[in-house]
Every structure is written in C-alpha cells, then in structure tokens.
Design a protein around this ligand. Structure first.
Ligand code: ADP
Length: 365
C-alpha cells in the first residue's frame, strides 16, 4: 500500500434526486491495494456511491479522481477500462459458461486463442472447468455469481467495485466469493470498494470501513474502531450494540471514567471526556456475564448490576435475555448455557462486565 497515491479520491461529492440528498458532501480517499467496505442501512446511499465511482452516474457536485486522474468527459472512457463492477443481481447471458467468462475479454478486443486460454485457466482456478459448456442460466446462484465475478476479474481491473456481491447468496457461496475477493486483492494489489449491509463481511474483508447513513459519512476507520469504538449512537446501534445507556461522567481517575446511569454507576475507558459530560455507555450483550443472584460479587467484576429477567428468547445458537436493572439491559449467552433452563422471566440475576468491554460515546449537542 502506498500512502502517497490514492487510487480513489472523492471530494465533497453530493448527489441529489429531486429534493433528496442520496449523498451529502462525501469526501474520502482509498489507497492503492486497500479494501474499503461501505456499510450502512438500506437507503443510505451505498449504491449511489458505487455508481458514481463507476462513472455510470454523475455527482450533482464535487470531484472524483481515479488513479490520480480527474474524472471528466474526456478521461471517462479510458478510466472505465481500469474499473470493474460486480452487482448484487448476477448478470449472466443466455450462453455457455465459458462464453460468459470470456465476454469482458472480447469486449476489450483480445485475440481468440488468448481468450480461450485465459477462460480455461480461469475456470480451472475456480474448480469449474467441467461447467465450461453448460448454459450459464442453469447455474446455482453462488456458481453464477462466481462466473460473473470471474468475468470482471479477467479484465484485470485496477479498481474493483462490489455492490452487495453476496446479498443473495447462502453462507457457503458467500465464503467462496469472499475468498475470490481476498485472492484478487493479494495477488494483484487490486483496490477494492465493497458495499455491504452485512457488517461482519466488512469486518472479515476490509482494511477500513466507512459507515454511511442518510447520505453522510458517520465514521471512517479500521474495523476495530468502527465495531468497538463507534463514533455515534446510530453507528453503535447499527454495528450491533444492544445496550446504549445514557449517563453523566461523575469522576475520572487514571483514564477511567465513572458514569452515573439509571442502572447504577459504571466504569468506562475515558478518552477526551470531562466530569459533568453527558454520554452514552455502549455495551455489547455478548460482553456481559450472567450470574445467579446469590453468587457473591467476584473479585474481578469491575462492573456489576442485579435485576430480574424480563424476557428470554432463543435465536439459533444464542439466547437473548433482557434484564430489568431499572432500565432494560440485554445480554447474549450461548443457547446451551448451563443455567439456560433458569433463564425465565422473573428470575433474579446479576450481570457483570469488564471496564474495557464498554465504550463511551460523548453527547455532541
Ligand atoms: P443504498 O444502496 O444504501 O440502499 P441508494 O444509493 O440505493 O441506497 O439510495 C439512496 C437514496 O437515494 C434512497 O433514498 C433512494 O430512494 C434514493 N435514490 C437512489 N436512486 C434514485 C433515483 N434514481 N431516483 C430517485 N431517488 C433515488
């Protein structure tokens, strides 16, 4: 990765449809060889951002630079040859698998023998050489998307735009596409921008994550920063923090803040906060331990609160408990927890968590 040369640079990009800002003053850059995931709820502007980067659509205002070249009428055509895009909806033509793979090469004017060689090699690499003569429309969703992806990759894009590439696929097919993404990036140092509503996919693949909401960048950072240190309550909720507890900083000591909340006084790592500041304590349900209410407070329980179970719900391999601690606190435990049968409404329990597990989001107003 070269710090000096961004492959993609957006400066104050906005896109307005009628009165609606699909993108509102978006600026960021992506370094060569970087994988950046754009996550955000439906309608956040992710696809609009992709279409602008692919030059299919023009921004209402702002500048786009690809490979250090400003996107303008006269540069667009040559720049487009350096960019590949894969959509959520697999695009396959009513022709053989190898014809489908070959299409991008044909379009770029490759010689017949070269197309044949590259196509065969590519299908072999995918372990799909026996599919070569089959009609592409008979493939399963996952196979079809791998073929569509192979077609894009064969053209050697320097920038790869992936618009929800696995949204319609099962977990196994998703893993295969993710492996193709990793390999392409590792072997060719291809710059990749990936749209996904699956935050875990962002976590698995990306060097950096952009959280887009309502057309605006809410946060841009490493997966660790976004998933463990969300910059705003909306981001925290989106990346799966079940507990967002309002409070006030009442003491700070050795970089740890004491937060007074409706559920009690809790400790949280304090960066850049002051006594008297209002904030939100963000805590994942998975970080909380549940104890029998009679268990004495354990020595290393930095934070503890007791209450009665309000509800419990099995969700596949996990169980979600909501505990009334003056305010509801959600806890996630394995469904086969050894006390699972005791987790019924009304049972008194105590909850504990480590100070390092919680994150403080200062109130901005
Ligand atoms: P996402 O991909 O995150 O779901 P989109 O980029 O598709 O979001 O859409 C962002 C917003 O812009 C949405 O409110 C959507 O309705 C609106 N939008 C997108 N494309 C158009 C269009 N061609 N005409 C009008 N509104 C649009």
């Amino acid at each position: 990765m070269s710090e000096a040369k961004p492959a993609v640079e957006l400066t104050n990009i906005s896109r307005i449809y009628g009165e609606k800002y699909a993108l509102n003053d978006v600026s960021f850059s992506v370094q060569k060889g970087e994988i950046v995931a754009v996550i955000g709820p439906s309608g956040a502007g992710k696809s609009t951002l992709m279409r602008i980067c692919d030059m299919l659509e023009e921004p209402s205002s702002g500048d786009l630079t690809l490979f250090q070249i400003s996107v303008e009428k006269k540069t667009k055509k040559s720049l487009r040859e350096r960019v590949g895009i894969l959509f959520q909806k697999t695009v396959l033509f009513d022709r053989s698998v190898s014809d489908n793979v070959a299409l991008g090469l044909q379009y770029r004017g490759y010689k017949r023998e070269e197309i044949q060689r590259l196509t065969t090699e590519c299908l072999k690499k995918l372990g799909m050489e026996t599919y070569a003569d089959r009609n592409a429309r008979t493939l399963s969703g996952g196979e079809g998307q791998r073929i569509a992806f192979a077609r894009v990759l064969l053209t050697g894009p320097e920038l790869l735009l992936l618009d929800e590439p696995t949204a319609n696929l099962d977990p196994l097919a998703t893993r295969m596409i993710e492996e193709m993404i990793r390999t392409e990036n590792a072997e060719h140092n291809t710059t990749i921008i990936l749209n996904t509503h699956d935050q875990n996919q962002g976590m698995r693949l990306a060097n950096r994550i952009i959280v887009l909401m309502d057309g605006k960048i809410m946060q841009m950072g490493t997966p660790d920063e976004v998933f463990y240190h969300p910059a705003a309550e909306e981001v925290a909720a989106f990346v799966g923090f079940q507990n967002l507890i309002s409070g006030t900083v009442t003491k700070i000591q050795n970089g740890v803040a004491e937060m007074t909340t409706a559920a009690g006084v809790f400790l949280v790592q304090a960066d850049d906060v002051h006594v008297g500041d209002a904030g939100t304590l963000a805590l994942r349900g998975e970080e909380i331990l549940v104890h029998n209410a009679d268990t004495p407070r354990e020595k290393n329980a930095e934070n503890r609160v007791c209450g009665a179970i309000l509800s419990s719900q099995k969700i596949g391999p996990v169980m979600e408990l909501v505990v009334d601690c003056n305010i509801p606190i959600t806890v996630v435990v394995p469904a086969r927890h050894r006390f699972a049968e005791l987790f019924v409404p009304g049972t008194p329990v105590c909850l504990s968590w480590l100070t390092a597990a919680a994150h403080l989001i200062p109130k901005t107003e």
